[in-house]
Design a binder for this molecule. Structure first.
Ligand code: NAI
Length: 386
């Protein structure tokens, strides 16, 4: 893979169109394929508008040059000369598998096949191919042109040489690549779970209302958005489903247990901003609820959620899901956390974080609050974190 590689993108939805834009702006010829002609047309129109806007802002020399690198295709045969294919279609394993098998029959033997899946196993997608060693995960974040992070996920079968090659290519595309094991949620969607689930738990128990929790995490925690505002923004059809998928994929580990509060929102069709109502109402003229700006309560909330987040990051390090550096990069570049969770652990003090977790565990006697053995070893002085 190099700058002359023709990049094929399967699926011209939110992610596919964004990834295609990134590749074309990095100088590649791009074939964007979708089975839905209307979706392809929409992507063409919006790509043209976005590129024009970038040119007007002086961020792109010539939008027409970039547009000229695109082929919009309704037939998979258009991928014949591609050296890299990135799939971004519907999140259904059986459909992805059949598309990978179909595409493999069209491309050359050395074409690399990547999936942008958020939650499916790359190994199981690779297993659909005759040559699974050419398959890996390239997980971009939404919106792909703006979010720097790309998680690179080798499957069990992936040729080892592909990983550094993919890393170099992503850097050439201006991205920040991290390497992660093929486990549920990869880095970001695994480590971030408590940001949502513990916030909901605190609300369900009546410790604080959602506006107060959002205030604590933004004002005291430094996060860009509070958990309830963020879940409404992402949409409960996406955020709840990721939580449920991570939970079931982890063989029902209680640490990832979804909540009924969020499931009911999904069932009610209260999907968040996009449907006008989620945890909050977005109807015209609706006042946003006021938080209780109590610093003692706010710090309690912040420390409880933060302790669980840090525990996830430390445990991911313990299980070699990614390096310490990549774990911190992933959370700052993929979901804009104010700092990496391992760095945060060091600054706050691993002993304080462990004391918080053990306090919760002693109160609740729930496995949800069990501390990672690595955190204990760090506090005992047996290991360094960074
Ligand atoms: P989307 O629904 O916006 O777009 C999917 C597109 O794929 C549609 O245009 C559809 O017509 C097309 N498509 C469906 N089946 C096809 C097939 N067999 N062949 C060719 N085209 C087909 O979906 P979105 O949000 O872009 O997600 C795509 C993938 O990216 C999913 O795997 C998702 O999990 C992943 N992803 C999504 C993120 C997000 O925030 N939306 C973030 C990171 C990954």
């Amino acid at each position: 893979m190099n700058s002359n590689t023709i990049v094929g993108v399967i699926g011209s939805g939110a992610m596919g169109a964004g990834i295609a834009q990134v590749a074309a702006m990095a100088g590649h010829k791009v074939v964007l394929y979708d089975t839905n002609a209307a979706a392809l047309e929409k992507a063409k129109t919006s790509l043209s508008a976005v590129l024009q806007k970038l040119q007007e802002k002086g961020k792109l020399a010539n939008a027409e040059d970039v547009l000229a690198r695109f082929t919009f295709a309704g037939e998979v045969s258009a991928f014949a000369n591609c050296g890299l294919i990135i799939e971004a279609i519907v999140e259904k394993l059986e459909i992805k598998k059949s598309v990978f098998a179909e595409v493999e029959g069209i491309v050359s033997d050395d074409c690399v096949l990547a999936s942008n899946t958020s939650s499916l196993s790359i190994t199981s997608i690779a297993a659909a191919c005759k040559n699974p060693s050419r398959v890996l995960g390239l997980h971009f974040f939404n919106p792909a042109p703006l979010m720097a992070l790309v998680e690179i996920i080798p499957a069990v079968q992936t040729d080892e040489a592909l990983v550094p090659a993919a890393k170099t290519l992503m850097e050439q595309w201006g991205k920040v690549p991290v390497i992660t094991k093929d486990t549920p949620g990869f880095i970001v969607n695994r480590v971030a779970r408590p940001f949502y689930s513990e916030a909901i738990r605190i609300m369900e128990e009546g410790i604080a209302d959602k506006a107060t929790i959002d205030w604590a995490m933004t004002e005291l925690g430094g996060f860009r958005m509070g958990p309830f505002t963020l879940m409404d923004y992402i949409g409960h059809d996406v955020n709840y489903v990721v939580t449920e998928t991570v939970f079931t994929s982890f063989f029902f580990d209680p640490r990832y247990k979804p909540s009924f509060s969020q499931k009911r929102l999904l069932e009610a069709g209260w999907l968040g901003r996009k449907s006008g109502r989620g945890f909050y109402s977005y109807a015209e003229g609706t006042a946003h609820p006021e938080p209780t700006k109590d610093n003692i309560l706010g710090n309690e909330i912040k420390e409880r959620i933060l302790a669980l987040l840090i525990n996830e990051a430390v445990d991911a390090l313990h299980l070699n899901i990614a390096s310490a550096k990549d774990l911190d990069l992933a959370m700052t570049k993929g979901v804009n956390y104010p700092k990496g969770l391992l760095q945060w652990c060091n600054e706050w003090g691993a002993d304080k974080c462990l004391a918080k977790l053990d306090g919760l565990y002693n109160d609740y006697h729930e496995d949800r609050y069990r501390a990672s053995i690595l955190l204990r070893r760090i506090v005992a002085g047996e290991r360094q974190l960074l």
